[in-house]
Design a protein around this ligand. Structure first.
Ligand code: G6P
Length: 477
């Protein structure tokens, strides 16, 4: 059982119509690959189920199922929290407390008791559903910060179950984590320690977690292991990969090729810079635009010879900090276009929309450089997808504050808050000799092909399996 808040499809009602949309974000694309490629090695299971929450009504979901509007490729078991509880759990505690705090934005972090109560309620609702579905021998893999209490809730009823947890966002340093009120921080840590195996993207996140567990719960640790309530829990590093082959295959996709050719014709004689992100304050979008503006100012010779295709995917629009940001970004885009455009050229092409897979791949394939500069990111899969999609050109400009930076040393690494440095990096990227571009790409591509998402999934599940066998042997002795 794979468990995450977000499911791969969202159902929306528009009057009498029901529409189904693919969800976006790193978690969904990784877990989806697991369901799409059943025979990709690693532990095999008779059945795979994806348990997740749905923020439409039970009736709308049921109607979508009956109409056959949901793709049949994944067995989905939805959980239906009521509207108000869901709002306080999702917009409140998950995205108003944990998300900003874990991404080092304490000043916009909210600390509201009713949000934490709703978070507990929704985690308990997930536990209830999983306990109904659970069969002895099942493996339960819980994903991400929305469900940090769930492993312990399950453990209370299933002392012998195999439970894994993976955190897709950074685990912050103890100094940040300790800002949470004492009962909450204890509950979150104890919640996580219900799992047998806890996975993180980077070594730093593992160390931060261990430090918080030691300081707050006073647990004993031995290397990466934690002794807790007579169980040994392992924490480890599993840097998430992408479905590398899917992006390589897309180089032969007819529709992507047609879109890519038309882009190249339209922007003939110009270099294309590309970025795509969910609209999120962690992504450093405003600093990124400042960096691009600094580049146009410092290197006027590039004017009319470069275009920045800047895509924003709508996200969490009900949260004030997100809605405000959209407004600010749009003003900044118009200012830059107003200042630098000529009658025949506009430096920024801004889009606020979801992208289809083929369109996304065409943009990756055509871009001379990708500008991926979050202020903080657990990993960042866009950086990896871009590199996987490049055939014989392409430079990745990447923020050093992403998890991906620790694996992609051949990118042009930048501090996202330094507009001058970003401007320099763009110039470096656009003037980099093709042989150097290809050398850097091939080194990164080799690594991405090797530790792809299937490898990541198998690695996690195998580690969980081995751990369980060791625990059982120890118990038998
Ligand atoms: C990040 C999180 C995921 C989340 C995704 C999209 O990648 O780690 O858990 O699903 O963003 O955000 P959303 O709030 O739309 O699920």
């Amino acid at each position: 059982m794979v468990v995450s808040n977000r499911l791969p499809y969202a159902v929306e009602r528009n009057g009498a119509d029901i529409t189904v949309r693919q969800s976006s974000g790193g978690l969904v694309s990784a877990v989806k690959s697991y369901f799409e490629k059943p025979g990709a090695g690693g532990p095999q299971f008779e059945q795979k189920i994806w348990v997740g929450s749905v923020d439409t009504s039970r009736e709308d979901w049921q109607e979508a199922v009956e109409r056959g509007a949901l793709p049949a490729d994944t067995v989905i078991e939805p959980v239906f929290p009521d509207r108000e509880t869901y709002d306080q759990y999702y917009n409140g505690f998950a995205n108003g407390t944990i998300w900003p705090l874990f991404h080092y934005f304490p000043s916009i972090t909210q600390f509201r008791k009713e949000h934490f109560t709703a978070y507990e309620k929704v985690n308990a609702l997930f536990a209830e559903r999983i306990l109904e579905l659970y069969q002895p021998g099942d493996v339960i893999w819980v994903h991400d910060y929305q469900l940090m209490l769930l492993p312990q809730m399950l453990r209370e009823h299933l002392p012998d179950a195999s439970i894994g947890f993976f955190l897709h966002i950074p685990f912050p340093s103890y100094e940040l984590f300790r800002l949470l009120p004492t009962p909450w921080k204890g509950a979150l840590l104890r919640g996580l320690l219900g799992a047998d195996l806890l996975g993180f993207h980077t070594y730093d996140y593992v160390q931060h977690f261990l430090q918080s567990a030691k300081m707050i719960l006073k647990v004993e640790t031995q290397f990466n292991n934690i002794q807790y309530e007579s169980r040994m829990i392992r924490t480890d590093l599993f840097p998430i990969g992408i479905d590398y082959q899917k992006f390589r295959d897309a180089l032969l996709n007819d529709l992507a090729a047609r879109i890519s050719t038309s882009l190249e014709q339209k922007f003939m004689g110009q270099k294309i810079i590309f970025s795509v992100d969910r609209l999120d304050y962690t992504k450093g979008l405003s600093y990124r635009l400042e960096g691009f503006q600094a580049f146009l100012e410092k290197y006027p010779q590039w004017r009319e010879k470069v275009v920045f295709i800047f895509n924003i995917v709508p996200s969490r629009a009900e949260i004030r900090s997100y809605a405000d940001m959209r407004h600010r970004i749009e003003q900044q885009v118009s200012k830059i276009n107003g200042k630098f455009s000529s009658l025949h050229w506009q430096p920024l092409i801004y889009r606020y929309n979801h992208l289809d897979f083929e369109e996304l791949c065409a943009l990756y394939q055509s871009a001379d450089a990708a500008l991926i500069t979050p202020l903080r990111d657990g990993m960042n899969l866009v950086a990896k997808e871009y590199v996987a999609s490049c055939l014989d050109k392409g430079v990745l400009i990447l923020s050093e504050l992403t998890g991906a930076a620790s694996e992609m040393g051949e990118a042009v690494l930048v501090n996202p808050t330094d507009a001058e440095e970003v401007a320099e990096a763009i110039h470096t990227a656009l003037t980099m000799p093709l042989t150097e571009q290809r050398n850097r790409l091939s080194l990164m591509q080799r690594r991405l092909a090797h530790y792809d998402v299937h490898h990541w999934i198998n690695d996690f599940l195998e580690s969980l399996g081995t751990l369980k066998t060791v625990q059982e042997k120890e118990q038998a002795n």
